[in-house]
Ligand binder design. Structure first.
Ligand code: FES
Length: 134
């Protein structure tokens, strides 16, 4: 596949004149970071993020979503709210807990261009960093 075979990608937020087009229409990063069980922040891996990532990749392929990439990510610093994923170019964060949540994100956001508000992470949702007061 060459870039010319791809559907046009949406413009990146804050894109400036002369930037190259988006390589992917949607680029998803799923945190699969793992920490020891007693870590005070927990981790996305302990909440099933790798299985959810695998399911999302499989369903995206079955749905024949074009020009989409679903990648692993290390810790994205929203550990307490995980499993954490973020979709670009929109920069929208979600915390899916189940396969049904992933299906809803794929159908509503990735296919329909909408948002799954009940699963969205917003600034201010995060607890204060461990060891610091609010
Ligand atoms: S462990 Fe997933 S955001 Fe930190």
């Amino acid at each position: 596949m060459t870039p010319d075979d791809r559907a046009p990608a949406p413009k990146a937020i804050n894109a400036v004149e002369g930037d190259p087009p988006q390589f992917y229409n949607r680029h998803v990063f799923v945190c699969t970071n793992e920490r020891p069980p007693a870590h005070p922040r927990g981790c996305c891996a302990a909440k099933g993020s790798a299985e959810l990532r695998d399911y999302m990749k499989k369903r995206a392929k079955e749905l024949d979503l074009k020009n989409v990439r679903i990648n692993n990510a290390g810790c994205m610093e929203r550990c307490e709210l995980g499993p954490s994923l973020v979709i670009y170019p929109e920069g929208v964060w979600y915390s899916p807990k189940t396969r049904d949540d992933i299906d809803e994100i794929l159908a509503t956001h990735m296919v329909g261009g909408g948002r799954v508000k009940r699963l969205m992470l917003k600034p201010g949702d995060d607890p204060p960093p461990v060891g610091k007061k609010a």
